[in-house]
Write a protein that binds this ligand. Structure first.
Ligand code: ASP
Length: 308
């Protein structure tokens, strides 16, 4: 029997396979522009959306992607499930295994839990974000968004700014962008950097002003307050001074540079409300909503890969 096609991290995929995903995404994006945005590619397949942590865009994006491919998607609501009645997670896994399904999309707050989960279910598992560990579908949609804007990914200068320590998006993005030959620089205060930073093999700066006028892509990260067991930064005022994107800094970005953020944005912390409010007039530069739209086509490509 063929090995089941889990998508737990993009580390397992070669540059060629990643390029193939980008091309495949392009063709699914075409379908999404049609009047009838649905193809029968996964008709008869059942997909479970299993989110143990809150999510808005990722959960809905997977749901739309599955439906566009004609799969049946079932949202398993963990807050109203038997977990609340004391059922252990391993028993929940057994319960889900007993229901006929073809693929499980899962998000969990414990880093690494999804790898354990994938070993215990017979169908492909897609990681929709685990703790501070990995968020592979976000990384691929980020790459696709960059690829749509720049023909050549190689040596493109990307600055990833903010709470690197607590961000699974940063971990997955840094590895993927490095793999694709991009020039990655991480910008964060030392207290928001992980101890194992040297393993990322990227350059490092403390202040957004060191990268603002040089980067092709400015990738702002959300402050992950829910994962910070203690206060990691003296004050918002201090954060604004060294790391936030306000209007003055926005105006210093290179002409063709783009701005990205995985959402949800803390207005006034990583990006000012003023910059957020000009997105509709600056769609060429501010790609935060484009990332969300691109997420659907990327997830269609990944679901199709895992189930075909
Ligand atoms: N939505 C992304 C995630 O689930 C980014 C964030 O929450 O900051 O990790």
């Amino acid at each position: 029997m063929d090995k089941k096609k889990d998508i737990l991290s993009l580390d397992e995929f070669s540059v060629e396979q990643i390029n193939e995903f980008l091309i495949q995404t392009e063709s699914f994006a075409e379908i999404l522009k049609r009047d009838i945005k649905k193809v029968p590619a996964l008709r008869g397949k059942t997909i479970i959306n299993l989110f143990f942590e809150p999510s808005t865009r990722t959960k809905v994006s997977f749901e739309i992607a599955a439906k566009r491919l004609s799969a049946d998607l079932i949202n398993f609501n963990t807050s109203s499930s038997s977990l609340r009645k004391g059922e252990s997670e391993i028993d929940t896994i057994k319960t889900i295994n007993s229901m006929e399904n073809d693929l499980i999309i899962i998000r969990h707050s414990d880093s690494g839990y999804i790898n354990y989960f994938a070993k215990n279910v017979p169908v492909p598992v897609v990681n929709a974000g685990d703790g501070k560990h990995e968020h592979p579908t976000q990384a691929l949609l980020d790459l696709y968004t960059i690829y749509k804007n720049f023909t050549n990914l190689k040596d493109l200068k990307i600055a990833i700014i903010g709470d690197i320590l607590n961000s699974r998006v940063a971990r997955s993005d840094i590895k993927l962008f490095n793999k694709m030959g991009m020039d990655v620089k991480v910008v964060a205060p030392s207290m928001l950097m992980p101890e194992d930073f040297s393993s990322f093999k990227t350059k490092f700066a403390n202040n957004i002003d060191e990268v603002i006028s040089d980067a092709d892509v400015l990738y702002m990260l959300r402050m992950q307050f829910e994962r910070q067991e203690r206060k990691f930064y003296p004050s918002i005022k201090e954060y604004n001074k060294f790391l936030s994107l306000d209007m003055a800094r926005f105006n210093l970005m290179k002409k063709d540079a783009i701005l990205m953020h995985p959402g949800p944005v803390n207005r006034g912390i990583e990006i000012s409300g003023e910059v957020m409010d000009i997105e509709t007039l600056n769609k060429d530069k501010i790609k935060i909503n484009a990332q969300i739209s691109n997420g659907v086509a990327v997830r269609m490509a990944l679901l199709y890969y895992a189930l075909s």
